[in-house]
Design a binder for this molecule. Sequence first.
Ligand SMILES: Cc1cc2nc3c(=O)[nH]c(=O)nc-3n(C[C@H](O)[C@H](O)[C@H](O)COP(=O)(O)OP(=O)(O)OC[C@H]3O[C@@H](n4cnc5c(N)ncnc54)[C@H](O)[C@@H]3O)c2cc1C
Length: 364
Amino acid sequence: MKKIVIIGNGLSAWSVANAFTNKNVQITIIGKKKSLFGAQQLSPNGFNALKRLTESDDVKNIIYEIIQFQINNNNNNKIKNLKKFFFKEFDLKYYSVSREMLINLLIKNIKNKIKIIEINKSCVGILQRNNEKFDVLLENEELISADVIIGADGVNGVTRKHVCGTTNIIRKKVFRGISNDKNKLLLKQKTLELNFSNYGHFVSYPFVKNDKKYINYVFIPNKSFQNSNEILDRLKSISNFSSVNWNEGYFYFFEDEIQTLHKNNILLFGDAGFSFEPHLAQVGNNIIEDARYLKFLLDNNNSYNEIFENFSINTCKKKIELKTISNIVGISFGINTFTKLRNSLVSNLSDQLICNFLKKVWYD
Ligand SMILES: Cc1cc2nc3c(=O)[nH]c(=O)nc-3n(C[C@H](O)[C@H](O)[C@H](O)COP(=O)(O)OP(=O)(O)OC[C@H]3O[C@@H](n4cnc5c(N)ncnc54)[C@H](O)[C@@H]3O)c2cc1C
């Protein structure tokens, strides 16, 4: 029985574990338990991939349907709607999902099918014994043997360093918050909102966790406020978002383009392999899609080297395109000048054009 060791225990780790459902393997997941925060958007490609990956009807119990996408401009607390787009008019389904419920579903699903060994420790290195065998070194100097390693340990993990050496990592500030304010929930029914402001842009949408409704907020400061110490005060001065309890954090992505996601039987998966800015809400959706694709390859092939090579070629191609689109979108969201021109362009976007753009991003 092949020993698969997955390093990391976030969305990627549990998604990729589900790819092995039909294999006779022993899976070990290494990573420290963390509490999970907030929600993510689930676009049609992510939703379909999740259903096919888990082969479970339980998916519908954790999602919340979003019917409308609104783009507003918020200038000195004057809100102007620039665009309203209704997903249903184009027969598109869009959802939000609590991160905790999503990961719990993936955990429950794979644990029903395969015995998983969980090690609540950090990995500090990978040692290659020979061409086919590895040892994963834990923080307490324990060694875990592996035939196949999946690095799902994020942008700053050890697997990426082992496979690629050092890579340039870009760090950007982000603020996140959740709220269960009833008035805001009423106003925000089933709506995904993008708000431009002078300081940066806000993305907000409702989601459901354990039958309770919340709003998930993300704020990305624009370039001139990325390093500002006053940004939190500025955020509080925007009345629509002043009651949100903001948590400051960072998101990371690679500057360099990666050529391959694997080295022999070590595969980089999720953010550890390829990461880009979150403006298309596609990084997490792509993780689920990639796990579904890997499952397809695993179900139809026995050579890990071949599977990882095919996976690497096909997913890298797609992600390089997504990264380019995401960068352009990010620049237009975060500009400080020509905002009138941007707003006028957004106001004049036709629904059909938005639909075509989204379908391209989702490979629908
Ligand atoms: C602001 C923001 C909003 C987003 N919104 C969306 C969205 O709406 N839709 C969407 O599809 N995507 C979204 N994303 C992207 C998506 O959430 C992330 O890209 C995704 O969580 C990455 O998952 P991951 O498991 O690959 O990496 P991570 O979440 O970074 O997880 C890596 C895990 O590995 C563990 N680890 C690290 N090092 C080690 C080690 N040495 N040993 C053991 N374990 C280790 C960590 O503790 C962690 O649990 C968003 C991202 C950001 C920043």
